[in-house]
Design a protein around this ligand. Structure first.
Ligand SMILES: [Zn+2]
Ligand SMILES: [Zn+2]
Length: 479
């Protein structure tokens, strides 16, 4: 009996002793063994597996190298972050038309195309709508600008009071087909909405600007400020007035071609770009007819008059030689994906990723680039409006109109007396009139901490990064 109990007691003592997870010290393996294990499979001094490429690797500041969770990572001073907010010509929950968001380390950001529904992905990616001030439209197919009315109206409501939205876009062959006319038409369409929202603070929000450039002016500069330069060139997309864009900043560049047939102009203006993004269509018109019900002749005709076949996309990439090639404005479907890669690979052997489905994010510095799936929630809430607190004040402009000016009294008088529906003893102080006379000006030290923190987040990041960039520039010039 005792013989059996003693080992059990000893085992118990051993288990209790081990409960702290302390490990007994062991004799180290010899250096040769350690070296063999830690460098095994690294014959060239670095791991080389599959089709990994030089410079394609995650950055150390990414919270997860596998996925991007919006709101968890700051854009670094020397970084360009590109997010695909809409990735197809069609609209479906995971692909909301076409839109590409570009954020720079200096705090600037730019939108390229703003297709219908894409605005939902901006909200999900924690972009405040009042942060969007420059939208570059490649052409006036509605899958590239359909979200503008919502962005303009609700971006103004949500704090877009101090800087107007600027729409950059090509002219048409005649004025009626230019970007200016589209914006004039949008103003007319939004007449009721704009007047209705004039009971809110709108400030400069209603002063929408249009920068319409001559579509024929190939290589012309559309935008140049803070070291950022955007140029454009013509695309062959059935009708005059389709353009591609290239953005250069801080020794890095990206191209979004918009839609169009493969062209020598693309090679000329995109040559040597870091990130080259174009659209494509794989050669599966008959299979697609079975899946989507599009008659093959209609698909074939649409591609051959408007779009870039996947083979041509690979051909262009090989001519342009970017650090990373991406394609978007494409259906992300299992029956298409392998085919698409195979067709692109006919000519392009370098780094390639899909700019689809929505939420794909690219982090890029001068020596590294990394692509991840962004996790966009289905039911996001808006990020707080982002304010510039350089003056140490929150300024809320006075609404240009009151309800009395835009509504007859009759229907207001029919409103039910709130005493009838609020519970006994509970009666909120209703704000039926705007509470102040002129502009409301709140010094920052009188703002509640949560508002100061949430509304000033981007302003603080921009100041921090700009200081680092200035110091770097000074160091460069001192050398
Ligand atoms: Zn399109
Ligand atoms: Zn188009």
């Amino acid at each position: 009996m005792l013989k059996k109990i003693i080992p059990i007691i000893l085992l118990g003592v051993f288990l209790i002793a081990d409960f702290g997870y302390s490990q007994e010290l062991q004799t180290p393996s010899n250096e040769e063994d350690i070296k063999a294990a830690l460098t095994g499979g690294v014959p060239m001094g670095r791991w080389k597996e599959g089709l990994l490429y030089e410079g394609v690797r995650p950055m150390p500041w990414l919270k997860s190298a596998a996925n991007w969770f919006p709101g968890t990572e700051e854009v670094q001073p020397n970084e360009m972050r590109i997010t695909f907010m809409g990735t197809a010509p069609n609209i479906r929950p995971g692909q909301m038309n076409t839109s590409i968001y570009v954020e720079l380390g200096n705090g600037d950001n730019f939108v390229f195309d703003m297709g219908e529904g894409a605005v939902a992905n901006y909200v999900a990616a924690r972009v405040s709508l009042n942060q969007i001030k420059h939208v570059f439209i490649t052409h006036l197919h509605v899958d590239h600008f359909g979200s503008l009315p919502y962005l303009w109206m609700f971006g103004t409501w949500a704090g877009g009071w101090h800087e107007p939205l600027t729409i950059h876009g090509p002219s048409g062959r005649t004025p009626e087909y230019g970007t200016k006319t589209m914006v004039e038409g949008m103003k007319m369409m939004l007449g009721w909405h704009r007047d209705a929202f004039s009971v809110f603070p709108v400030g400069k929000g209603w002063d929408i600007q249009v920068n319409e450039f001559d579509f024929r002016d190939n290589g012309g500069v559309v935008y140049e400020k803070n070291g950022v330069k955007v140029i454009h060139w013509q695309r062959s997309h059935a009708k005059d007035g389709a353009s591609g864009y290239r953005l250069d900043w801080n020794g890095m560049s990206m191209v979004w071609t918009g839609d169009g047939r493969p062209s020598e102009l693309d090679i000329k203006y995109a040559k040597g770009v870091d990130l080259y993004i174009t659209e494509l269509q794989p050669e599966v018109v008959e299979i697609n007819a079975g899946v989507q019900g599009v008659p093959p002749f209609l698909a074939r005709y649409t591609i051959d008059t408007h779009h870039t076949p996947a083979y041509a996309a690979g051909y262009l990439a090989n001519q342009i030689q970017p650090r990373l090639f991406m394609t978007t404005h494409m259906n992300f479907d299992p029956f298409l994906n392998e085919e698409t890669v195979a067709e692109v690979r006919e000519h392009w052997k370098g780094p390639f990723h899909f700019g689809a489905p929505d939420g794909i994010v690219v982090n890029m510095t001068k020596d590294a680039v990394w692509v991840r799936e962004g996790i966009l929630p289905d039911f996001p809430n808006s990020r707080a409006p982002q304010m510039n607190f350089d003056n140490g004040q929150l300024v809320v402009p006075h609404p240009p109109k009151s309800r009395e000016e835009i509504q007859e009294p009759f229907v207001r008088e029919q409103q039910i007396d709130p005493e009838k529906y609020y519970p006994a003893g509970y009666m909120p102080h209703l704000l039926e009139e705007w509470p102040v006379e002129g502009d409301l000006v709140v010094p920052m030290d009188q703002l509640p901490d949560n508002l100061k923190a949430s509304m000033g987040a981007h302003w603080r990041l921009k100041k921090k990064n700009q200081k680092i960039l200035e110091e770097q520039a000074k160091e460069e010039s001192d050398k």
